[in-house]
Design a protein around this ligand. Structure first.
Ligand SMILES: *Cc1c(COP(=O)(O)O)cnc(C)c1O
Length: 360
């Protein structure tokens, strides 16, 4: 067996020890006589798995008691609709920051439910920087302010948490949650599809301040009402049980690694190593403002795009896979989430330097 270093933006790598544990527990979970995927979500075994995962996530992020943690389905993309449906609460609209491809999708969806004030946009510079606090044109009557702390496609990450004058701040943390500590109390709602930095696809985490839910717009489907999920501990219907279990193993792994402070140190190091090599070369380039460069997704181009296919082919041959950039940006993208070991980044930079030497 030869596991590769998989630089996919998502679904992405999972920690090897998590996969090994899942393998060991595949046929029988802890004397239960069955696989977790075969368990009733209402049985005591799965209820304990679910509760432990939530407790570990709460501990990792120091989530205050007045926040609900929901384990949902539908991906971050469903949240683009669920958020306005639940959080507009009679207001005309909300403020959105337009900082990349995922922001744009969130904005387009929100427009079905209310008016969107684009409080800042970096589209004119092809989303290569984050807007500064003093550029944000927040409106007085917005129900909330939505932004995307890490734009997975463009590789842009906010170096600060926006100040919103008391308005609930809503954040799509799909590709950054758990990569570093975050002060949850500064947010009204945080959401993330799991397949980037949390676990397998099929699970969506929502962390929401209790007082914001319970007044969905009329006609909201039951499954799109946060309050229903909160009141039923995310078991109103059958939750994504196996994905929830695997995410729980990832939370345990993060605790074993020393928690999010420790992960932040490793992630900062991995990102710096890669950007330093890119910046030091005349062959590779990353267009993002250095203060807003993502720790998780590192897009880069080669001096000659005709070499892209050769780069990808030779990288794959040495076990470095899924480096092709998003079609909208081109070039390469290395996603280096928590589960990407430092050795994987080392292998990538060695390969890049060798490739440059041969072809630069
Ligand atoms: C991947 C991603 C999404 C979409 O997630 P789905 O789970 O596929 O719906 C949304 N926002 C961001 C920032 C992402 O990285």
């Amino acid at each position: 067996m030869a596991r590769v270093y998989n630089f996919s933006a998502g679904p992405a790598m999972l920690p090897e020890s998590v996969l090994s544990q899942a393998r060991d527990e595949m046929l029988e979970w802890q004397g239960s006589g069955m696989c977790v995927a075969e368990m009733s979500h209402r049985g005591k075994e799965f209820m304990s798995i679910a509760a432990q995962a939530e407790a570990d996530l709460r501990e990792l992020l120091a989530i205050p008691a007045n926040y609900k943690v929901l384990f949902l389905q539908g991906g971050a993309s469903s949240q683009f609709a669920m958020i306005p449906m639940n959080l507009l609460r009679g207001a005309e609209g909300a403020d959105y920051l337009n900082t990349g491809s995922w922001s744009k999708k969130a904005i387009a969806e929100a427009r079905h439910y209310g008016s969107v004030n684009v409080a800042a946009s970096t589209e004119a510079v092809k989303f290569t920087r984050a807007p500064a606090q003093d550029e944000l044109k927040l409106s007085a009557d917005a129900a909330y302010v939505h932004y995307t702390p890490n734009e997975t496609i463009e590789g842009v990450e906010f170096p600060y948490v926006p100040e919103t004058n008391g308005k609930p701040l809503v954040a799509d943390m799909s590709s950054t949650l758990l990569s570093r500590p975050v002060d949850v109390s500064r947010f009204g709602l945080i959401y993330a599809g799991a397949q980037k930095n949390i676990g397998p696809a099929g699970l969506t985490i929502v962390i929401v301040r209790e007082d914001l839910i319970g007044q969905p717009v009329q006609g909201t489907p039951t499954m799109f009402d946060y309050k229903i999920h909160a009141d039923n501990e995310s078991m109103y219907n059958t939750p994504p049980t196996y994905a929830w279990y695997l995410a729980g193993l990832v939370f345990k792994w993060l605790k074993d690694m020393g928690g999010l402070e420790a992960m932040a140190a490793v992630n900062a190091r991995k990102a710096k190593r890669l950007y330093d090599v890119i910046d030091a070369s005349g062959f590779y380039a990353n267009p993002v403002d250095p203060i807003a460069r993502s720790w998780m997704n590192v897009p880069f181009t080669l001096a000659n795009a005709d070499l892209d296919d050769l780069f990808l082919k030779e990288a794959k041959a040495v076990g470095l896979t899924t480096l092709k950039g998003h079609r909208s940006v081109g070039g390469m993208r290395a996603s280096i989430y928590n589960a990407m070991p430092e050795a994987g980044v080392e292998a990538l930079v060695s390969f890049m330097q060798e490739f440059e030497r041969k072809n630069g």
